[in-house]
Structures are given as structure tokens and as C-alpha cells.
Write a protein that binds this ligand. Sequence first.
Ligand code: 6A9
Length: 810
Amino acid sequence: MPHPTPLAALLLLLLLPLALLGGVRAGPAALWGTYRPNLYFGLRARLPHSPLFSVAWHGLTDFGGHQRPRFDAGSGLGTDEERVFAWRWHDGRAAGEQVMRDVVNNAALRFQWLGQPAGWGVRISAEPIDTSKPSLLALYLHFAAPQAIETVFDSDDAYDAGGLPAAPAGSDTAAEALLRATSEHAEIGEWSVRVAESPQAKNVPADPEEEEPVWGFWGTKTDQGWNAHELVGRALTDSVRAWLAENGKGGTPPPPASLLVLPNEIAAGANLLAFSRGFKGAFSVDIFFSSNGSQPLDGAALTAGLAASREAYDERLERTLGLRAKGFSDKLVAFASELTSSLLGGIGYFYGSSIVDRSFRHAYDTGSGGGKMDFDEEDPQPDPRLTEERGLLTATPCRDTFPRGFYWDEGFHLAQIGTWDNDLSLDILDSWIDLIDDDGWVAREQILGEEARKRVPQEFQTQYPLYANPPTLIMGLTMYIDRLNAAQDGTAPEMDIGGAASGQQVFGALAGIEGHASELLRDADAARDFLKRIYSRLRTHYLWFRRTQAGEIDQWDRAARSNEAYRWRGRSKTHVLTSGMDDYPRAPVPHSGELHLDLLSWIGSFADAMRRIAEATGEEAHAAEYAEHYKGVVQNLEDLHWSDDEQMYCDASVDEFDQTFHVCHKGYMSLFPFLLGLLEPDSERLAAIFDLVQDPQHLWSDFGVRSLSMQDPNFGQGEDYWRGAIWMPMNYLALQALHKKYAREHGPQQERAQQLYSQLRDNLINNTFKEYERTGYVWEQYNARTGHGQRNKPFTGWTSLVALIMAEKY
Ligand code: 6A9
């Protein structure tokens, strides 16, 4: 729902609690969520101009602490930090708990969140990691909204005193709010927030001079509320400067805890409010947001709701992944749980314009990522422009370095999210499909709005309407169709609605996940409607791929049985970013007659998925058309891409004498027809492929299948991104192909496929878990020789697939 009208939103809000009280329907994603995964902790509603909540903190032991704030996920990390942040549990809809070890500031922090249909409660607590050392933190809470926010002070005295008194010590009710603020929102209506000490908390001020705990405050009018802490940081710097100006540099400065407070000023019409307090040692505070229709929470309800949601989470984890039943140890179950939760907690809602350059539309490929294509004759004039504003609900690969949507990562995310919560995955899929334009194009990287853009260097911001990326979204869809079939014979775990007392049963209106069976699995009509609704846009997308990425087959002198041949647009001499395998070696000289094996394979896989959807929605003529395309793809894998000399599948190209040749680099590329299940189980090619996969000199390692053979001259060279390192998504595809097809169906390689499957699966689980125990993270990729995690972390996007691999869900 990219642009809900106020009336529609109001209806939604009125109906939502009723629907939840009625139980058992999962339906679309929740309105409110931890949908700002680019921050350590941030909440928003899935509305274009939502009120925003975020948190920041820094150390108060020295004057430099405020220059190392933690706000953007990944920011302010010291080198000695470990286990930086992870969702210990998160149900994707209504509750979760994130932990963070801030070693530099000697604090273990916990962020607990409980969602409601029209509100939420959050508990933020911290404890010293080492109790023999000081732990002094400044905590900041930010509330931003399109409309002015009113701060409610209990009395003028309170305002003059620079904040509000705390609730009486030991108070176990939230009746005594420390802070309150209210505002109006076009879609949400009237809303308010309260901040209170958590029940039983014994919060101690950081400043020894301070008798009563006092919150500082600051309010400003801005259209950059999403960037709250950067703005707060400026206000802080101003107050430190003011102190210096008044006291001179010679005077003895007071302790940092008394100096680093907000200026206690609120500008007229302020729509960003920040509150701050310094704490010594352990502390805990609760924040409650409520709007029309939500049941006000208090500390006790928050505690109980979190406990019930946690119980429901554990139960659902076993019901959907079945890891205990498979005999995994507590530690491995906790590992898989944290990965699944961190993927779910990485779901964001992004809204805003992006940057697209349409000037390359017709004629050119550009050299994004390293030089222009050699056959470009003219320099196209760059013409990047801001697009209209759009919204996207999406998971994210890495909250630290890539906190935004990536098209081909998302198909893998959907495989996992769909296993956990079918309807949530389809809502996300729907959101992506909504972005496909009338031509059929969708940008590979979704950088929507200023908040997302802040995290991307400028040279990477522009997207090009001729550029593709592997069409993995269909994986989210074919896995749905598989689940649908399983649901019809009653074997889908989502169909099992039993369970322990839930957040929902206890609190009525809580949007807990427990008891929410999938609507789109239970209701055959709803399923059909959904597929029908997305079908035509998907078809446009499919036809866009076929049209814009078509290869020049006539340059190929061998007789090809079909016209199926493709070339990724947007390659440079060294990189084909669009393929997803950025620097995987290709033909040394780019040529317009080049044909890419991986893209042909993806198109085959896309065609087959389209056939399944067309069959499910009764589009029979189309189904036949897709089947024909698929057949042509499979034929041309042989006719264009199989090299008899090398006994492997290869890219193809054309040299300066118009001679065609194969471009063969043993690695993920050579495996594509197998990875995507395009070979029949009795295919003669399988033996050669398995030889390559299982050879330790080439692709086989104790840690997973390598991207490039150790014998290839490009192994470990250049950027060394896809030139040897082990990547989880490709290993997942290999296991998927083995499990669903080659190990299951009868054929000469069946037994070998079974062995390969279980060895590879064991290796991937063991190594990622070992590395997780050693480093505290899962990583973007694993070293080809040592298996060590490397490059970006915590990479809880597709590396989290290891949890699905444990569960054997493909
Ligand atoms: C660069 C630099 C802070 C590269 O996981 C997302 C993608 C994959 O889709 C792709 O296959 N990653 C893989 O080769 C990361 C891409 C990051 C591009 C943006 C901006 C930011 O530095």
C-alpha cells in the first residue's frame, strides 16, 4: 500500500485489531515494525511519512565519547568490539529482542520491542560488561514526525528544572511517566509517547552532582528527522563550545557527564524531539507509543507481552525449522535462531525518490565499476535524475554496510522468510513487484529516500534502466507454490495452529505471531487472487528480461536449435555487476556478440517458474509459451555453451576476426545448469560437473564450494570478490538442486548426489558455526583456503541461509 488515503488507513486501523482478535490470519506485514534496520534501533510505520523513533548512545567517561555515538548500525565501532549487534529473537511481526555488546563503553545493551496494531512498547536496558570498571552512558531517544510534536511537562517547575523528576524509586507502575509528547498524523491520527523507568529499575544518574535523575531535551523543526542524532550531535557540540567560551580553557572542566547534556530548548513548531539522560551502571527505561485504537501498554504489560511472545517465538521456530527434531544441539539451534531473527529484524520499509539515469536507455552499456565497454563508440552524457517517490518493504543484506534492498539478494531472503511466515514473504514480494515499471524494469539496488542514500557513496547511487540482476524473486514464488501444494495435503507446518499461551491470547489486541496461520495458504481463493494479481506485472518483467538482455545469436557459427541466447548489459572490462558475481572472470575483451551462460540459465529458470504460475492461474496459452522458451534454453545450453574440449559449460564470445569461442573458467559459472536444476537427472553432464565440484584442487573445500577454481589464473586476483571465496547463496542453490532433484530422482548420479549433498551440507554448517563462535558473526563470504569469514559483517542476509540448510528447506 504505497499511498493509502487517510480514510483507507483509518479503516485499516479500525479493522486491524478486530481481525487480530479474530485470530489465525497472518495477512500482510504489520503497520509498525523495526523497519529502520539501517539504525542500531529504529521504528517506523509502513507509511510514506511515518512518525519515526530512534535511539543513540555514547560513553560519558571522557569528553571524546560524544564524538563516537552509536546511531547508524555499524557506527562508532572500535576494533576491539566483538558480537556487536544481533537480534536474539524477532518474530518478523510484533516482538523481538536485540542485544549489543559495546565493549568500548563497557555496556551490554538490550532492546526489547513489542508491537501492537497501532502502537508499541520498547524497553532499553544496559548492564556493565565488567562490573569492576566504570560504565557511564548517555542515552538519547528521538521522536520525529511530519507535524509539530508537543512536549507535555507536568509543571512549569519541571520545565525550569530542565526536565522531569523520575518516578518514585522502586515504582512498579508506569503511571508516573517521566516524559510525554503528543502529535497528530494524517493517517495515524492523534498519537502520544511516554517514557518511564522500567518496573524495578534502579537507575542512577551519571553525573555525581545530580540529585534527581533528570532528562535533558531539545527540539527543532526539520525535514531531516530521520537523521536525528546527527542534528543532536551539532546541538551538543554547540553546548560544549558555549561552556568553553564561558569558562575559558584554563578552568577545571566539570565531569563530562554534567557537560554533555542537551540544551533544554524546544523551537516553536518543533517536529523532532530528543531526550537524553546520563546513566551510571545498569539502567532500564520503557517507551510507549500509542495512537487511535491501541491499548495503552505499561511496564507490567510489556514484561508479560515480551515473555509470551518469546515463548510463541520458540515454539514457532521448532514448528517451522524443526531443528531440535533433527537433533541439533542447543548452541546450533540458538545460532540458527539468531540468524533467522536477524534476517527478520533486518526488514525495512524505505520510502522516497531514487536516482536513475535514462540517457543510456537505448544504445549503450556503461562501464559501471571499472571502465567503459570497448565497443562503445560515443561517450554518453550522464544524466542522473531523481525519480518520483516510492515505497519498499524489503529485507537487507547487511545492516552495517548495505542496509537497503538488493534485488537478487531478496529472492534468497524470501526463501527463508517464507519458511518462517509465508504471508510476510509474499507481502515483501508484492512490494518488490510493485516497483517493476511499465517497461518491466526494476532497479537492482533500491536506494529510496535520503535516509537510505546517506549510506551509499555517490558514485554508486545511480541506477540504469537497461541493467538487470538475476531474477531470484521467482524463488520466493515457486517456494510459495510448493507450500501451497503441501498445504493442500495438510503437510505444511504453517497449517498447524496449535500452541502455548500467546501474547495475543493474553493481551487481546497484541499483534503477536502465535496462532497466525497463513491466509494465503489456507484460503485457495485468496491464493489464486494473489497469483492473478501479480501475474501480469511479472510477465512484463519476464518479457523485459528477454527483450533487453537478448544476445546476438547470429554471430555464433554453430547451429543452435533455438533463439535463446542472452547477454548481461552493463559490463566493463573487469566487472559484470549486473550478474551479481561482480568480478567473476568473463571474456577478456567485452564484445556485443558475447553470450552469458548464467543469464541463459536464469532465463530458463524464470520461464519454468512463469509456466507454473500460469498453470496455477489458468493462463494456458502462456503456459505453453513458457514451456517452449524453457525447451529452447535447455537446448542452447548444449548448443552454445557446452565445450567438448573442456568438458564444461562456458560463456561464449566472438573475437576480432569474428570467430566464436568459449570462455571457460571453472567455478560457479560452470555449474549454472546444475545449480538451477536445468539438467535432467540422467544428463551425461552431471558426472563432469560433480567431478569439478568434488575436486579439492578446483572447487571443493571443507568450508563449501569455492566460486572459482584454485587452478584458474584469476584465482585470488584483482578485487578478489568472486574469484575463489565461498558464498552461501550459490552453495544453497547447489544443495537445493541436489535435494529437490539429483539426490531424489533416479539417475546414474543419484547416489553420488546424495553423498555430495550431505558432505556439502555438513561442511557449510560446521564452518559457518565455527566462524561464528570464533568471531561472533556470520560473514559475507568465507575464505577459499582457510574458511575464515571475510569482508562484510554481520552479513545476516543470504548468509543466514545456513539456518535453512540446517532445516533442509529448499
Ligand atoms: C557499494 C559501498 C559502505 C555485492 O549483497 C549485495 C550485493 C550482492 O547483490 C552482489 O552479488 N553485494 C555482491 O557482489 C554488495 C554490493 C554493495 C554495492 C554498493 C557501496 C558502500 O560502502
